[in-house]
Design a protein around this ligand. Sequence first.
Ligand SMILES: Cc1ncc(COP(=O)(O)O)c(C=O)c1O
Length: 385
Amino acid sequence: MLSLNHFAVQKLAALEAKNQCRRLVDTERTAAMALSVAGGPSLISFTDNDYLGLSTHPDVVEAARDAAARYGAGAGASRLVTGNHPLYAALEAKIAAIKGTEDACVFGSGYLANVGIIPTLVGKDDLILADELVHTCIHAGMQLSRARVLTFRHNDVAHATELMARERGNHGRALIVVDGVYSMDGDIAPLKDLGELALAHDAWLMNDDAHALGTIGGGRGSAHATGAEGLVPLQMGTLSKGVGAYGGYLAASKPVIDLMKTRARSFIYTTGLPPAAVGAALKALELIESDAEMVARPVKLARTFASAMGLPTPETPIVPLVIGTETDALAASARLADEGFKVIAFRPPTVPEGTSRLRFSFSASHRDEDVARLIEVATKLGLNR
Ligand SMILES: Cc1ncc(COP(=O)(O)O)c(C=O)c1O
């Protein structure tokens, strides 16, 4: 056998032995979080990041269609070449207005944003302090930057303060990086305290609001939810979750955004987004701005569920239920599927060893009766605490 195939086969077998292999299944999503998997029965998903159901909202779908009809299916080139169709300017102005910043810059995805932003701001003589649970694409960006990376214990401002006091003087520029909302735990970063720490040490605070835009802070994200407006000069996020479309962004001051557009490699050397994604995101953000009830609903539903299950009160639409082993988490997920619910089991390396879990995520488009039945079924399966 080719050594390449031999390597792949061995690696897969090792992962399989740990129940850590991942497999794609064809999934057809329709409205109200209904989906069918590979021709199977229809399930209600409590696993999507489509927190407002906007990916299937008729106005958003129509905006995507209109944008494709007017500007084509693809952007044709990088934004700096000919791919900068006019919808981009409107979308960036809308993001900056929602985030309360001077300007914004749209990237191809949240992943591309993080691998572009971080190396544009810090390099090998600089320092990054990161929460130990930041998303994997932040790790990718940090590695690319070649800066010194120190991680602090999850949401532990005292630990971050200790590291800052010890190491700041040995480095040029300094960045503190956190997720605004942690996707596997559903908790929020202590942005006010971290923002004050950053200010005191001439460091720059960056939040990744992938799970916060459209869901907390009246839809404006984690800086607004925590009263840290003005303390987070770098607000990054994605247009693929609460916004229901695709793309990533940075909201920041005008000079920072100008620098991104001229230096961030993952902005420059990649094709612009399909116009349909940009048109859809713009329409979705208009809905987020105008419909406070829709924005409040996912957290409200998450709280109803958590209270019935005896779990801590969530601040976000994410409710983790830690099971333990990979096998038990997969079994619980399969039992929920038998009862008509899609709830993915998250396993290492996505979560720490021994903390495999069901992660329930709530959407404005869930019906009250779906949540009531989920509570009934989860209780019957003994998942309540
Ligand atoms: C915290 C966080 N940051 C970034 C990303 C990447 O965003 P995108 O899916 O737009 O690449 C994700 C999700 O996948 C995420 O959960």
